[in-house]
Design a binder for this molecule. Structure first.
Ligand code: B12
Length: 348
């Protein structure tokens, strides 16, 4: 069920991503510094601009203005919850539009302007109503004990309590995959949400993450014995994606389902990943992307695997937070399949 990549080619100026980052961010930072004398940290402004541009670039690459709009919506909430100036975000996006208008042909500019305007539109809408309160995931309320208890244990750094909650679920007959996806996963989403809302610090979130990671390794029961040679699957987070916990759950679920899993973890360099897959010749490769800019690398990995392995290319399955958010985009990245979580993936 392989789909072709069906994206409109990028305007020439965007093909050299780093050139774009340098020139656009330097120009916009200079305009901002001139109009806002209180803005004294130019280096920080440039770093922020590069972040905006990475998301803009990825949204253009997948031809999905809404993807950039979602980023702006998220960024606005992060800034607002920290009492930071939201207007400067709007001003920055407007300046980026001005920059591209003066440098691109009308046709190319129209495409970039539409994407930037999707971001401006989000800011206009939330200026009227205030940012909506968003909770991405629910649906685990039926669990006993309440997942709130796990969230609190994680945030207090109480490993013993966190573990006893998980053990109680397993003892109550809930399968390890279910515990991972219906209890630990939403707890982590909630922790991300609280960081976004500035209710917990980066240190709190890191503590919760490290305890979750050790909970997940304890969940892995001995793999079932299978007769014959097990099917092999390689799992990797694409380069620059550090969000490996979700993929670890997927990899463990495959192992429990009788596959032989090779979990390569976070931020796997594209060359090494392609080399590993070429040597191992697995039946399936599972790739994970969490944020919009990771899709640029995901597409590159898929293109390389297909180009170098041809008809011997394994089935390519993709997943992760950003693909869950963007719906059908995975089809146009050239993957063979997508699953929203480890429960769905392990039924393959
Ligand atoms: C833990 C965490 C981290 C940890 C990750 C540690 C690790 N070893 O994984 C660390 C500290 C490294 C981290 C870093 C950052 N993070 Co972070 N992080 C999170 C957090 C809180 C939880 C992620 C997680 O584990 N979720 C639980 C797992 C189980 O869910 P999952 O990843 O969705 O995986 C499931 C499915 O998606 C699917 N799936 C996943 N992969 C695959 C693959 C295949 C093949 C298939 C079939 C399915 C599949 O199955 C999984 C299991 O069911 C999220 C919040 C969130 N909403 O996810 C933020 C979050 C993703 N992070 C965020 C940010 C901003 C960052 C940083 C930029 C922060 C910073 N300023 O440094 C960096 C970027 C790092 C990078 N370059 O990747 C934002 C992203 C927002 C955005 N608009 O892009 C989020 C959403 C937080 C927030 N609410 O603002 N982060």
């Amino acid at each position: 069920m392989t789909s072709d990549c069906t994206f409109t080619p990028l305007p020439a100026i965007l093909e050299e991503e780093w050139k774009l980052m340098d020139s656009a961010s330097t120009w916009v930072a200079a305009q901002l510094a001139a109009s806002t004398p209180s803005l004294d940290d130019t280096q920080r402004t440039i770093l922020e601009l590069r972040e905006h541009l990475r998301y803009l670039y990825a949204a253009l690459e997948i031809d999905t203005p809404q993807a950039f709009a979602s980023y702006v919506e998220w960024k606005e909430r992060v800034l607002a919850s920290r009492g930071l100036e939201r207007d400067s975000l709007r001003r920055t996006i407007e300046l980026l539009r001005e920059y591209f208008k003066s440098r691109l042909r009308d046709f190319d500019y129209a495409r970039i302007a539409a994407t930037l305007e999707a971001g401006i539109h989000v800011l206009e809408a939330s200026g009227k109503t205030g940012p909506p309160a968003v909770r991405f995931v629910r649906g685990f309320e039926h669990m006993d004990p309440d997942p709130e208890a796990l969230i609190e244990a994680l945030l207090q750094g109480d490993q013993a309590r966190a573990q006893s909650i998980v053990v109680a679920c397993l003892g109550g007959g809930i399968a390890a995959n279910e515990v991972a996806v219906r209890l630990v996963q939403p707890a982590l989403y909630e922790i991300g949400q609280r960081w976004q809302e500035n209710r917990i610090s980066v240190a709190d979130a890191h503590l919760a993450t490290s305890i979750s990671s050790s909970l997940l390794s304890r969940l892995l029961s001995p793999p079932p014995r299978v007769s014959g040679t097990p099917r092999k699957a390689v799992f990797a987070c694409v380069e620059q994606n550090l969000h490996s916990l979700g993929l670890q759950i997927v990899s463990d679920a495959f192992e429990r389902a009788g596959w032989q899993s090779y979990f390569l973890g976070a931020d796997v360099p594209t060359d090494d990943l392609v080399g590993f897959v070429s040597r191992l010749k697995p039946d399936l490769v599972g790739l994970s992307a969490a944020q919009l800019p990771h899709l640029t690398t995901l597409r590159e990995v898929i293109t390389r695997l297909r180009g170098e392995l041809g008809t011997a290319c394994p089935t390519i399955l993709v997943g992760g937070r950003i693909l869950n958010q963007l719906g059908e985009v995975w089809k146009r990245l050239g993957a063979d399949g997508w699953d929203p979580d480890a429960l769905a993936a392990s039924r393959r």
